[in-house]
Write a protein that binds this ligand. Structure first.
Ligand SMILES: [Zn+2]
Length: 250
């Protein structure tokens, strides 16, 4: 497999539709036609061309990549940290367990929560020296068209995230967040990955500003676990999270 046969791991989003993946009760992508002084940016309404205005909440509308600025006020935007060149990733598939059935921890967790544990993760990280990790969870959900809102989706134990944070700079997951949906705003795993203490709202000298997290990344079943090249393409807009296209190839 080469770049010409790259596989797309981003989920298609259809504006103005309810048939999309969604999370956190955020609005979906809205597309409107631009209008001004006789100009109509819609061919179907007699305009000469289509000229749309899009509004979106990247964290809740589909596949997106975020930078440390998601949790601090002064970090770089995702357009400045998403790598411009391909990097090595390992794609792995993990089954989840309930938090109450493991020795591992998550401060704001409840025993029935489904979690990704370090005890299942660690064997896959051994011997891998690439910078990227793609985690596919095996569940019954239709990951390309599900509303995760109020469903308390799977997240990571603190031990799993601590291990990832030792060597991985670009973490990609099929979940809407690496943290619990309702965690009292602690964002413990985001903080541990980017090295920002709870309560801090600004960068520290040792914060990992170069790192990214991509969420709601969908690897179809025909894509096998293994090592790939990966490219995360985002628009050049200076903000904390952007819709992205994730490509992988051998
Ligand atoms: Zn997000």
């Amino acid at each position: 497999m080469s770049f010409e046969n790259a596989i797309n791991l981003s989920i298609r989003v259809t504006p103005n539709s309810h048939e999309n993946v969604k999370a956190f009760g955020l609005p979906g992508v809205v597309e409107k036609s631009f209008r001004a002084q006789g100009f109509v940016g819609a061919i179907e309404e007699g305009g000469h061309l289509n000229c749309r205005i899009l509004s979106m909440a990247p964290h809740g509308m589909g596949t997106h990549t975020e930078s440390i600025r998601h949790i601090v006020e002064d970090g770089p935007g995702v357009c400045d940290v998403a790598p411009l060149t391909p990097f090595r990733v390992r794609l792995i598939t993990l089954s989840t367990v309930s938090l109450g059935a493991t020795e591992e921890t998550y401060l704001a967790g409840e025993p029935a929560d489904q979690v990704i544990t370090n005890s299942r993760l660690k064997v896959y990280l051994k011997g891998f020296d690439g910078k990227g990790l793609i985690i596919r969870t095996n569940g019954e959900l239709n990951k390309t068209c599900v509303d995760y809102t109020s469903r308390n989706p799977t997240y990571f134990t603190s031990e799993a995230m601590a291990n990832i944070a030792r060597s991985i700079d670009h973490l990609l997951v099929d979940l809407p967040s690496v943290d619990r949906e309702s965690d009292h705003g602690l964002l413990l795993n985001h903080r541990s990955f980017w090295k920002v203490e709870v309560g801090e709202t600004r960068l520290k000298s040792d914060s990992r500003v170069e790192r990214t997290i991509s969420e709601m990344v969908y690897a179809p079943a025909h894509v096998k676990d293994g090592d790939y090249w990966c490219l995360i393409a985002v628009p050049n807009i200076d903000t904390d999270a952007l819709p992205c296209r994730v490509l992988i190839w051998k």
